[in-house]
Design a protein around this ligand. Structure first.
Ligand SMILES: *[C@@H]1O[C@H](CO)[C@@H](O)[C@H](O)[C@H]1NC(C)=O
Length: 489
């Protein structure tokens, strides 16, 4: 009896030790690979991509397209007497300016289309298509934006993010097989060709640059989406945003632009909602946004209407030619029309850049957007730093939207203004304003150019955008050596 019992005990212990070693080895390997990731991304990221039901998406798009085309504005583009001037948001009420003129008949026609669409939504019951309980990042790219997306993905991995990404390409012509089939899957991302869904409708229609965003969100496979412009760079792991307020209760989180909102009064008449004071919030900057398709499906459908009929009608009505007119102003009105909640960060977007070589005056080249969790914590206690900046310490920066020029390794190293002093020596791109730069916990610029160098040297002949650019790696290395190699990250 006794020896048998001991043998049994021994084998249990052996199996236990074996499993423990296996577990340790797995973690060790991942950790090592993660740490040494300059050639290889972390293994634990290699989650198989979730594939969505494309047939169901095509059915949805056909039904939605029918609803969109059968409720048109019914008039040509409204007359507009010029573009509205950009005025920096300053909290206090500011006189509305009206640049659009519409007759009563024209307003009535647009009202009819708008009302018909809203009514159609309740009659036709269009259901969203997504994989339940999934979260991910969506961006639109192609051409010169694809290298930026790969750099962003590597940065995300370094920040510890394991969120998958869907990269939407407008048409099959933008598909790059090596990037889409080899590089992106290693980084837990995949390509989706939007045209394959949109062109399956009876009236394929050219979908423009700004309209891509809304349809990419709509046809991504995720239930909860962080949309990122290809040039908007997260500088923290975005996972926390999904798990915290304000997203958990609001389901739609947006970030502010520099300007006052500049909608036309006619929009509110057409949509049947009140016109808010323009001091209530800044205009929207949609380089990044969070949305739940489960809780905000109606908002998305409404935004699809404003974008489908955007370029000639709702874009001008919602911004009157204001800075960056396009999809950005369609989300909040859409949510208001269908009575779904939203939160827009109040912390002012900050321009960052470097100094004028002669005067040292600030030259902005990117926008810094702040942590919505911290912002919401303050505003829900009634603390508004927009009116009293000294009331509380600033939330931490969360995204750098590099909006002025593309930081594409193909040309950024040759940039004479942002990247170099007048004598030709390299300089830092992000040094000002110091008070803002001090809020960053990481050296984002160094991290960016480290990954830019990785992409330039490992994928030099891979991106179509870089064909024939044989000195990208040499330039990226030279810049890196001169600027950062002596510093610690
Ligand atoms: C070029 O100009 C910058 C800024 O004035 C200076 O710091 C740097 O030393 C100069 N480099 C050379 C090689 O003269």
């Amino acid at each position: 009896m006794a020896p048998h019992g001991i043998r049994f005990k021994h084998s249990v212990i052996t199996i236990f030790i074996f499993l423990a070693l296996l577990w340790l080895q797995w973690h060790w390997r991942n950790r090592i690979i993660y740490r040494a990731s300059y050639g290889l991304p972390p293994l634990r990221q290699m989650i198989p991509g979730q594939i969505v039901d494309t047939e169901a998406q095509i059915r949805l798009w056909r039904a939605l397209e029918h609803l969109l085309t059968s409720n048109p504005p019914g008039i040509p583009r409204p007359a507009q007497s010029g573009s509205i001037p950009e005025i920096k948001y300053q909290v206090q009420e500011h006189a509305f300016q009206e640049m659009i003129s519409m007759s009563d008949e024209q307003v009535a026609s647009m009202k009819e289309g708008h009302g018909g669409f809203v009514k159609g939504l309740s009659v036709h019951q269009l259901h969203p298509v997504y994989n339940k309980r999934t979260r991910g990042i969506v961006c639109t790219a192609g051409g010169g934006y694809l290298p930026l997306v790969v750099i962003t993905l590597r940065l995300l991995a370094r920040l510890g993010s394991t969120l998958p990404m869907e990269v939407f390409l407008e048409a099959g012509a933008e598909y790059e097989s090596h990037i889409c089939e080899v590089i992106l899957p290693i980084l837990n991302a995949r390509c989706v060709i939007l045209g394959e869904i949109l062109n399956a409708a009876p009236h394929p229609r050219q979908i423009g640059r700004f309209q891509l965003k809304i349809f990419s969100i709509m046809f991504s496979s995720f239930e909860e989406v962080l949309f990122l412009d290809a040039d908007s760079l997260p500088i923290q792991d975005p996972l926390r945003l999904f798990e915290s307020e304000p997203f958990k209760s609001k389901g739609l989180v947006l970030w502010p632009d520099f300007w006052y909102p500049t909608p036309s009064k006619y929009f509110f008449d057409i949509a049947g909602i009140s016109q808010p004071s323009n001091a209530l919030r800044q205009a929207t900057e949609s380089g990044q946004l969070l949305i739940s398709k489960k809780t905000h499906w109606k908002t998305l459908l409404m935004a699809a209407y404003y974008n489908y009929w955007g370029p000639d009608h709702y874009y001008p009505l919602l911004a009157q030619g204001g800075a960056g007119e396009g999809d950005k102003e369609t989300f909040i009105p859409a949510a208001r029309v269908v009575s779904e909640p939203f939160y827009q960060v109040t912390e002012k977007v900050a321009a960052i850049g470097n100094g004028d070589p002669n005067t040292d005056a600030m030259l902005g080249n990117a926008m810094l957007q702040f942590d919505p969790i911290e912002d919401y914590r303050l505003t829900s206690k009634g603390i508004y730093r927009t009116t009293r900046p000294s009331a509380e310490h600033s939330p931490k920066p969360f995204f750098i939207h590099i909006n002025l020029i593309k930081f594409n390794p193909k040309q950024i190293y040759d940039d004479k203004l942002i990247m170099r002093w007048p004598n030709g020596s390299y300089r830092r791109a992000w040094t000002k304003p110091e008070v803002v730069m001090d809020l960053l916990d990481i050296d984002a610029e160094r991290m960016y150019f480290e990954e830019a160098k990785w992409a330039a040297c490992n994928l030099m002949h891979r991106f179509r955008d870089w064909y024939g650019k044989d000195d990208i790696c040499r330039k990226a290395k030279e810049h890196w050596e001169i600027m950062y190699s002596g510093e610690r990250s």
